[in-house]
Design a binder for this molecule. Sequence first.
Ligand code: F6R
Length: 253
Amino acid sequence: MIRIIEAKNEKELGTLAAEQILSLIRRKPDAVLGLATGSSPLSLYAALVEAHKKGEVSFAKVKTVNLDEYVGLAPDHEQSYARFMRDHLFSLVDIDMKNTHLPDGLAADPVAECRRYDAVVDSMGGVDLQVLGIGPDGHIGFNEPADTFTDGTNLAVLADSTIDANARFFASRDEVPTRAFSMGVGQIMKAKEILMVVLGTNKADILEKALFGEVTPHVPASILQKGENVTVYCDPAAASVIRAKHPGAVTLA
Ligand code: F6R
């Protein structure tokens, strides 16, 4: 089942999405969170940091696995996802860094790294809540449109549109890594709860296609239609096409 919730703006989206995570951690202080990077979850992470500062939540026992990491970037590289997580969440809350996991962008043997990361995810006993964004081509993690859905951690080749979209974070397009480690679609779908955050007009069409179109690996996020507990938080711009085509499908926060 998919719930689509429209927030008034990015800040409110972050607050609402954070509340779902806070309620999980209150129920289960050692919850396993699957985390995403990118611009969409920034207000969510800011709201979690704020709640921690106010003494409303402790991450001391929380464990995390991130969806993906660029191949070739060291954990302290400015654009690595390890660095993103440290800068936007891990260094700002009381999480034990030993409980945080990302694929190793510098792994010498990529195939072995995929299997190691599968073992890490399995060792957690399942992800309680997975945070996702959606790419302009419908990707989740770095699982790009393809003829089949991926299953476990895989070495993904970034689509040209993904490289274009991510170039904004790098000095030039040539510097954007072309490959990334990504948790697979099958692995993502095993999470007990899925929380997707979506912002902006440029995501409005693909979000409608993913949530109401055919379930196909050519739109990887369409697999969410098979999820049992999926909540999509969007801003008015991202929700606009769904609101126009499927009146009543969107709940206003
Ligand atoms: C990032 C990730 C990607 C992003 C997607 C949207 O860890 O898994 O799938 O969620 O590319 O990125 P933004 O939020 O920057 O538009």
